[in-house]
Design a protein around this ligand. Sequence first.
Ligand code: HEM
Ligand SMILES: [Ca+2]
Length: 667
Amino acid sequence: MDFSTPRESQPLLNQKKSNQKPQKWPFRGILFGLLFLGALYLLYVFIKYEIQPASNDTTKTWKLKHVSSIATTNDDYVKQCAPRVKCDPNAKYRSLNGSCNNLNTPTWGAEKTPFFRLLNANFSDGYYKLRLQSNGSALPSPREVNIKVFLDQEIYHVDENNVLLVPFGQLIAHDVSGLFLDIPGNGKGGVVDGCVDANARKTYTQCQMVVDNPPDDPVYAKHNISCMGLFRSLTSRNYSCPLYPTAFVNNNTHFIDASEVYGQNLDYSLHLRMMEGGRLNFSINNNGEMFCPFLANKNLDLTVHSIKDTEYDTGDPDNGNQNLGIIAMQTLFLRYHNYIAFKLSTLNSNWSDEILYQESRRIVIATIQRILYKDFLPIIIGEDFQEAYGLNEENIYDPTINPSTSQEFSTAAYRILHSLIPVQFNFINKDYKTEFSVNVTDWMRESNLIPIRNNFDKLLKGFLETPGRLIQSSYNYFISNFMLAKPNQPPYTGRDLLTIDIVRGRDVGLQPYNYVRQFCGLPLANDFEDLVDLIHIKDIKKLKGLYNTVNDIDLMVGILLEKHSDGAIVGPTAQCIMADSFYRYKAGDRFFYDVQGQPGSFTKDQLKVIQKITFGHVLCATTNVDDIQDKIFKVVDHNLFPTNKLKCDEYYLDLKEWEELNDHTEL
Ligand code: HEM
Ligand SMILES: [Ca+2]
């Protein structure tokens, strides 16, 4: 036995019998004194910043708490305007417009109902006018904020996540949120041209948020473009529901229910269907590949842009054609629906078109929900945070939870992922060669590339194999200057997405960053310097030069600048806002895929199948892309980690649990 090693229970300091005399009072006194002062200081810090007693992981103590709305207006729509809806409590399938999901409040989560608010709206007149700074002056031009705070600090590095995060993230955005523009007519049968002339600004309330570009604007000044014409958003007043303060309407269903694939209401959904074999309408290209139905030259919104050449008919008429990434997702899930419908029809030859359509729709929605909660969200808000927030737990439906998208989520928190948008999309072939790349901003509202030369497969391979833009506060230079340029005109006739996002937050009356941060359990900053816990001092200095007080900073700006939380790609305030909406989409959705005991629930065995479906299954069922990583949003080098690339045989989708459904469930 080695006696030189002290026994564990033996305090190390007592190990050696020291000949020294015990230390005397003055030394101990100083030590205790210092400790006492230290404790007092800590107490002061704890009180000042309302820090809760820490567990091992201090960040988790406040994160675990669910936020609950402190807005007083969330019931106004239901009380004052909601139509009476008669629901069938035994309906097996969710409605197309989201109504009757909640049997007590049937309009919760339905299309064309107002966004939920976490905090009350903030308008300078308490009703509709844009917020001002606390001293009554106008807020800084968002374009100037972008130029001074964000644009000059772009980092040209890539991430371990791949580009697929962008189109999939956008697909979810278009599922849960649709803020339409309130475009005024010019009295001559046309519409006001972008609010750019001074007269329009004076005449139309919808033109109140035109953004002035600073005179030294690095891009627009030399072309004499002095402002960015923008319209305000549609309000509940546009739908004959005059709420006070102004409420903004979601034109999509709030639920994660693939409404961008199926449409937001019954009429529109019928127009998208073949009415045969449960399938959705489609077009075929020269290679016999399936796409969303081609629509030639249909103009959607000529005031902002015009549509060129190939356009597709999708469940999301407003945004489905916005860029190549989203059109790829629309195509992918249309094909997936039709693939499932075909499979189910071979298993159940007696099923009607309606049953095939609804059963396929149910599986498509479940697939999107699975990918979102299992693969996408942990990357965004962090795995530990997601776990701690209870977002991984088996779903227990709670009818008291309002499933509606929060305004803070749709017009700020979820938009910060715009910073992930890459400059280019790569078209990569089966041999992992990039055949060509295109600028995302050169190909907006134009889809001609998609249906030719196997480009669709190459674009998807490109999403998987291209490392994403490093997560950072700035948006890329192109999307910050040249988005949606006028057709056949130079790029500088385009727009700045970050400017739009900041001003959109003012449009819908979001509270400033400091108050939302406090709502999320973080300390309220008394002055700019107090932000240093989450925002870099160099950014604080810039904010000081732009905003009057710390209470004036736009929510979008503050959350973009926040340091990211451990394991997440966003900071704590964005985590808090996002987790809230994603929690309510789940716990407040009676048809969420894993809810049991409802007329629309999957059987236990079907659920087991659903729980195995991944993005790889979707790709293998619908494209020629092969060798797909299980961790779908990560870049996996095929040379270094060949075994992490799985062949499509491993993504076989077996739906025999749906065979002769009458044996499993009642129809
Ligand atoms: C190439 C990719 C993308 C482009 C070009 C793009 C562009 C846009 C544009 C122009 C708007 C409307 C702005 C306004 O007038 O208020 C918008 C809205 C929005 N975007 Fe993106 N976006 C992209 C990707 C994403 C991604 C990856 C996310 C999130 C993961 C996202 C989330 C949102 C949200 C939540 C809205 C508000 C939707 C609404 O309520 O109507 N977008 N985006
Ligand atoms: Ca939806």
